[in-house]
Design a protein around this ligand. Structure first.
Ligand code: FEO
Length: 175
């Protein structure tokens, strides 16, 4: 039966598993960003709260893009269980440090999947992944620029409120 099901999809078990793992990573990212949004809101950083809420929505879109791809190719997309979401953060700055770390991790994961696709000669999925690889350049850029605001503006006095105001204005123009 298992083999019969396999005949209905060109996705190998290995690639399908990797994609399902990535679906979970994106869902996890979405929930972490939502937690960051709540933390920022509770601490009076309204602009950053909105920024992270938007990021959370984008991660959910990424998750669905992967989810639909797996099913469209005849695979079995798994609705992920999301656990271990941090609800508290040490400081305003640490929220942005974690956001950047998360994006770097996501890029590494996509590189890993792309590498496996090449080795498995799954060029269909490899091609599909190009959108995500490009997207990661932007996501890392924005996360890095946001974190840099802490050094550029400084946290003294009203610094954190200035940083907060600048966060949603960061744009990636290298299209
Ligand atoms: Fe979907 Fe920010 O990676």
């Amino acid at each position: 039966m298992k083999d019969l099901l396999r005949l209905r999809t060109s996705l190998s078990e290995e690639i399908e598993t990797l994609l399902n793992e990535q679906i979970k990573v994106e869902a996890h990212s979405s929930s972490v960003y939502l937690a960051m949004s709540s933390w920022c809101n509770r601490h009076g950083f309204d602009y950053s709260a909105g920024y992270f809420q938007k990021q959370s929505g984008e991660e959910r879109e990424h998750m669905l893009k992967l989810f639909n791809f797996v099913n469209d190719l005849g695979g079995r997309a798994i609705s992920p269980e999301v656990t271990n979401i941090p609800q508290d953060f040490e400081s305003f700055r640490s929220v942005f440090e974690q956001a950047l770390q998360q994006e770097i991790y996501v890029t590494q994961q996509f590189n890993r999947i792309a590498d496996r696709c090449m080795k498995a000669r799954d060029y269909v999925t490899f091609q599909f992944l190009q959108w995500f690889l490009k997207e990661q350049v932007e996501e890392e850029y924005v996360a890095r620029r946001a974190l840099e605001l802490f050094d550029v503006i400084g946290e003294e006095g009203t610094g954190r409120y200035e940083i907060d105001k600048h966060v949603p204005k960061i744009k990636y123009d290298n299209e």
